[in-house]
Design a protein around this ligand. Sequence first.
Ligand SMILES: CSCCC(=O)C(=O)O
Ligand SMILES: [Fe+2]
Length: 199
Amino acid sequence: MRSFLYQIEQRQRISLKEVKMVRAWYMDNDTSDQRNEHHRNPPVFIDLNVLKDVSGVEYFQLNLKTFTTDGTLDKIKRERGYTYEDELTCSKECLENYEEKLKIFYKEHLHTDEEIRLIVEGSGYFDVRDINDDWIRIEVVPGDLLILPSGIYHRFTMDNNNFIKAKRLFIGEPVWTAHNRPSDDIECRKKYVEKLSKI
Ligand SMILES: CSCCC(=O)C(=O)O
Ligand SMILES: [Fe+2]
């Protein structure tokens, strides 16, 4: 009989063919090209509900064809107080100081506010630390709305397609400041750790 993990992986691949959506997995310790998938051997995928419990990361799947007219994004914005919105395209052609920005994105850091991204084109990886400080890689594709809580250590990388376009949402005036690790004494970090330990 095939192993349990193998079966989960196959199921994920089948559902992926039906609806392309977010997938998350624990990373290996290989430091080669950050744009690769970096699965463990064998792969260890994480269910999105588990992802929330071990990291506080929240996820919504939006229908890209209808979200501007069917009110789904407006409802999330209203309920969570997102008043700011812009769009960021990351590619060699569209982003000034591309290589430099990618290095900054991939340095482990935290923010004093949520990091909210709705992917509208392309794909990429958000890596987040779980409750045990292990890296989880979250693959985002169009329609994925990802919310990283304030105080979580994380980073972002392009994948091998080298293109992603995302809406950035924010509560009030945006603050993009990245506090590189270690930033354990920042209030939002302490709050995050305390909240996660209660889940
Ligand atoms: C997909 S959005 C690009 C990355 C980014 O905005 C960030 O890491 O803050
Ligand atoms: Fe960030």
